[in-house]
Design a protein around this ligand. Structure first.
Ligand SMILES: Cc1cc2nc3c(=O)[nH]c(=O)nc-3n(C[C@H](O)[C@H](O)[C@H](O)COP(=O)(O)O)c2cc1C
Length: 208
């Protein structure tokens, strides 16, 4: 695939086919991740791959209690969400939070070494390590799309992050920006409708 094609084809998938993904295929994706820019040149990134399905289930049972469509509707009503396309995406996504992580052939936990608190940065550069790992994650998603693999990132709630870090013996200075679930899409996998954006309408020349 051409680069622009791979970028354009990347999309979020939350329902996976059983087709396995080998460790070699995962290594190709992580190699692409390590080609991303990094704030301090060190690329202090690690990845935990949750391979053992029983252990994975035990962990997910502790941290994710998915809502059904009705419960999800209440949540997004409370948020005051109005846009119909955005509402539909959330209504589809919220009930799948547990199953997408359990059923994904590859479930990675990307980790970055964070000096100081990522939640209370004193300056924008205090967020550099966090920003860098997201560059890495996006590279992985694009490389995955190139290989016909798709997936989803889930942001952990604070308690979720704490439990996962303890259970998996993650060193104290490392942070976990998201879960990263990947695999081949199930035949019936739903894809969110996208909101069309004309790039030129977002490009401001010389002054806003
Ligand atoms: C920073 C970030 C956080 C996200 N958090 C979640 C999440 O917690 N759960 C989820 O199912 N999807 C999550 N997503 C996926 C978005 O819902 C998805 O990227 C968005 O709806 C656009 O759709 P697309 O990826 O198909 O283009 C997240 C994406 C990003 C970039």
């Amino acid at each position: 695939m051409e680069t622009l094609e791979a970028i354009a084809s990347r999309q979020t998938i939350r329902q996976f086919d059983d087709r396995p993904v080998s460790q070699e295929e995962v290594a190709i994706l992580i190699r692409a991740g390590f080609a991303a820019p990094s704030n301090n040149h060190l690329r202090q990134w690690h990845f935990l791959s949750l391979v053992d399905l029983d252990r994975r289930r035990q962990l997910l049972d502790q941290v994710i209690h998915p809502l059904d469509r009705k419960g999800s509707q209440k949540v997004i009503d409370n948020w005051g969400m109005q846009d119909a396309t955005q509402r539909e995406m959330y209504l589809d996504a919220i009930p799948l939070q547990y199953s997408m992580l359990l059923s994904a052939p590859v479930l990675l936990i990307p980790l970055f070494d964070q000096l100081g608190s990522v939640l209370h940065p004193e300056t924008l550069s205090g967020l550099n390590a966090f920003a860098s790992i997201w560059c890495c994650i996006e590279n992985i998603l694009i490389a995955a799309a190139d290989q016909g693999l798709f997936g989803v990132t889930r942001i952990p709630f604070p308690e979720e992050s704490k439990i996962v870090k303890e259970a998996l013996h993650i060193p104290a200075t490392f942070e976990f920006p998201c879960w990263l679930a990947l695999g081949y899409p199930a035949p019936q996998a739903r894809r969110a409708q996208q909101i069309a954006i004309d790039p030129l309408s977002r490009l401001h020349i010389d002054v806003w």
